[in-house]
Ligand binder design. Structure first.
Ligand SMILES: N[C@@H](CCC(=O)N[C@@H](CS)C(=O)NCC(=O)O)C(=O)O
Length: 182
C-alpha cells in the first residue's frame, strides 16, 4: 500500500504512526504541497487536494481517520482499534474530536507559522495566530486533562522512535509536541 503524505502534516503523521503500531508496511510518497504541479497531481488522487491519501491497489482512500480505521480493519488480531462497542466509541470520540476541534486549531498555527511563507501567501497574521493559540489552548487543555495520570508516552515514543520526527522549524514552534502527539 502507498501513502501520499507530507512529513509536516499532522493528519498524515497520525496515519504513519497507526501503520507503524499495526506493523502495516506503507510505501511513503512525499507530496510537495508548495509545488503547483504536485498539488494538481494530488487533486487527481483526492478531490480536496489534501494529504494523506492511501492507495491500496485500485482503491483510493482519503481522510486520515478513515485510513486509520481501514488499516486496523485489515489487521487481524489488532488491539489498537477496539472491537467492543463502548471502547470503539471512545476511540471514535477522540478521532472526531481531533478532526473537528484540535486539528483545525493546530491548522491555524501551522498555516500561519509554517505553510504560509512556503507557498508565498503573505506574512503571518498575528490576530489569526492569536485566535489559533486560544483554540489550541482551549482544546489542548481537554486533551491534557484526559491524559493526566494515564500511561500514554511509550506509545507516542514508539511511533516517534521509528522515524516520525518534527522538522527543525516545528521543533522551534510551541505546538510541535501536539503535532507529534496527535
Ligand atoms: N480532514 C483531512 C484533513 C487533511 C489536511 O488538512 N491535510 C493538509 C495537510 S495537514 C493538506 O493537505 N493541506 C493542503 C491544502 O490545504 O491545500 C484529514 O484528516 O485527512
Amino acid at each position: 500500500m502507498r501513502l501520499y503524505h507530507h512529513p509536516a502534516s499532522s493528519n498524515a503523521r497520525r496515519v504513519v504512526m497507526t501503520a507503524k503500531l499495526l506493523n502495516v508496511p506503507l510505501e511513503l510518497v512525499e507530496i510537495d504541497l508548495a509545488d503547483e504541479g504536485e498539488r494538481r497531481r494530488l487533486g487527481e488522487l483526492n478531490p480536496n487536494a489534501m494529504v494523506p491519501v492511501l492507495q491500496d491497489g485500485d482503491f483510493m482512500l482519503w481522510e486520515s481517520c478513515a485510513i486509520m480505521q481501514y488499516l486496523a480493519d485489515l489487521s487481524p488480531g489488532q488491539t489498537l482499534y477496539p472491537h467492543e462497542a463502548r471502547a470503539r466509541a471512545d476511540v471514535n470520540r477522540w478521532m472526531f474530536w481531533a478532526c473537528q476541534h484540535f486539528s483545525p486549531a493546530i491548522g491555524v498555527m501551522t498555516w500561519e507559522n509554517i505553510w504560509k511563507s512556503q507557498v508565498g501567501a503573505g506574512d503571518t497574521d498575528l490576530a489569526e495566530l492569536a485566535r489559533g493559540e486560544r483554540e489550541v489552548l482551549r482544546f489542548g487543555q481537554v486533551l491534557d486533562r484526559h491524559l493526566a495520570g494515564r500511561d500514554y508516552r511509550h506509545r507516542v515514543d514508539h511511533g516517534c522512535a521509528d522515524g516520525i520526527r518534527p522538522t527543525e522549524s516545528e521543533k522551534r514552534s510551541p505546538e510541535s509536541a501536539f503535532i507529534v502527539a496527535v
